[in-house]
Design a protein around this ligand. Sequence first.
Ligand code: AMP
Ligand code: GLY
Length: 423
Amino acid sequence: MKVLIVGSGGREHAIAWSVAKSPKVTKIYCAPGNAGIAEYAECVNIGAMEFDKLVAFAKENEIDLTIIGMDDPLVGGVVDAFEAEGLRVFGPRKNAAILEGSKAFSKDLMKKYNIPTAAYENFDDPQKALEYLETAKFPIVLKADGLALGKGVLICNTLEEAKAGVQEIMLDKKFGDSGNTMVIEEFMTGREVSVLSFVDGKTIKTMTSAQDHKRAGDGDTGLNTGGMGTFSPSPFYTKEVEDFCNKYVYQATVDAMAAEGRPFTGIIFFGLMLTADGPKVLEYNARFGDPEAQVVLPRMKNDIIEVIEACLEGKLDEVDLQFEDNAAVCVVLASEGYPVKYEKGIPISGFENFKDKDGYYCFHAGTKFDGDQIVTNGGRVLGITAKGSDLKEARKNAYAATEWISFSNKYMRHDIGKAIDEA
Ligand code: AMP
Ligand code: GLY
């Protein structure tokens, strides 16, 4: 079987690694890919938003299955473009990817189907938003409706901050058209857990849990990033939390989408907050998390191609999804200055240290070849992942492995997984 993966980050590297293990797969392509993905896949120079070119490539090269890693193409309708040509593709159609593409849509869905989430109001008129804020309780959360590279969420402690936020999102259009509509949401507190799941339109099978670290600096300080590190499983995702979510969140979301005439096939990523009033949904994503995929997929026992094919055939109920009884930690090596300003094109050394080391993975996020030399090509450069028999051992192994890699502006957080000490 020939597989095409669409995307270029650490998540797509983890997907490519997982796909490469399947005995069913004879050839992998990745568009556009990166220097690490090139180890398993032939990278083709087509952008993730170039739907016509992707479809033409899939037809010409007789691709049997395309896997979409990223949110932008999904929300933009890449799956519909493939399906229109009779091509097999894994991911939600445009009318289902809206679960991630519009926060106003997802909030209204949760309200309509009684799925626990923070109280909120949607606004498309900045004046009305400002009036609402006058009598609101603080802190309060402002969210641009559409995709904003994970940066369209503002937590405002005062009315002044919130007014500036409305200006930024709705008037200055800092996140473009994503800010045409805005959600104003109750501020919640609690631990965050990410739960990814496979969905076939009607059945859902959740994967093992994970936790991300979104802020750039140690101690959760600094700006929000795409994610600076993850661990899996989360010790805070207890049986009780899981039972609650099985009852009120997971199947309820899949059923709600089907009832709305938007059946969801692909990955649903549940961003949960464990509040004093029980688990609540912070957000939905319509794809694997990055860097959640880097700690979840290495622990998955199943052949990913078999699970994806079951999703496409509506037979996910027949799959026994299983994860190893161990743990994994991913520490992101970033370029100093990320997420604001940073240098690229810097030579990286030390990859050979990962050769034949079982349970250690060097997932590339932003790298490329400069001749024979691999150089940095983004804010997040590598996701150093290690497994261990438990979280503490996995963390120790992952941090040890971060030392195997060198580049002059290497930056990382030193407290990934620190929360596990409190569990
Ligand atoms: P989202 O993109 O909706 O997951 O938001 C990004 C991050 O903002 C989340 O991971 C939380 O840390 C934070 N956040 C979002 N919504 C809320 C909320 N209602 N209360 C507190 N924190 C929130
Ligand atoms: N790690 C968060 C995300 O993928 O959205």
